[in-house]
Write a protein that binds this ligand. Sequence first.
Ligand SMILES: [Fe+2]
Length: 358
Amino acid sequence: MTRIVRSFVYTGQASRVVFGAGALEHLEREVQLLGASRALVLCTPEQQLLAEDIAQRLGTRAAGVFPKAVMHVPVDTAAAAVAEALRVNADCALAVGGGSTTGLGKAIALQSGLPVLAIPTTYAGSEMTPIWGMTENGLKKTGRDARVLPRAVIYDPELTLSLPAGLSVTSGMNAMAHAAEGLYAQDSNPVMDLMAEEGIRALASALPRVRANPNDVAARSDALYGAWLCGLVLGNVGMALHHKLCHTLGGTLNLPHAEVHTVVLPHAIAFNAQFAPEAMKRISRALHHHDAALGLYELAKDNGAPVALRDIGMKREDIARVAQIAVQNPYWNPRPVNAEAEGALRALLQRAWSGDPP
Ligand SMILES: [Fe+2]
């Protein structure tokens, strides 16, 4: 008989999740449960109206709105947010939005110890992780700290209805990448495997329906449910080659984040396939496809997402450089990524650049 389980370590992380269409109505209760009475509402300039609406719902429990969250959490923005929290005497940070806003909430938590309540409006998943990041002079510093994990998260699919269909697909694929790589993580565990497979299943089922009708609340619920699970996986286990490649492509060539993940994922999965058969089984099962990598490629392509790096701004000349950077510092991957793998990585990038199937 095949064995069911191997040795593992699993650490539960304390965060409370309130999920469902209309869940925002529980906002005041959730702020109260945190023992807070003065919430500073954080958002990007684009989402200021939503943030102000949320502050209004909170009435006297809102201490103000800080609408200055931007990508990559510049240290100056974080410092300004902490100063504002102090000035208005806030006792909790309420992060409404995607990764940029959640990231700002985490920076406040790291520097001031204030609890964070997150209300995600994308599929980024940062709200389920204790990972923070800040940038100074173009350099990104990241770290893990239990204090930055949002203490409560309200997932209300109705808040995602305005996320454009195209961005929903790429943001969803970006989330699936966390689950897919989590399945072959060195520190994986059976609980995360269940969540990863279910997360991929929920998103794979939801994204075509979201694309067909962005206002379909049931489809939006399934997508956000999948995003939650994928975020949990990211918060619990390490990532591998796919993330290394995407960070190189994003960092050195400045390619758009979610699109890069969407294009690279099928190829990274194909690269690792023979070295992670159990993970492939779960991914294929979740996608209802005989091949994990091809299933991901078709999911992206059939739903109008980009499948070629050349279509999102990468030049052919950059392929060799990216392959070179990817093998520079050793890191865990089921298939060893060392100097001998450079040729195979170039081939991977060549296919991803052209938009060929994995
Ligand atoms: Fe990621």
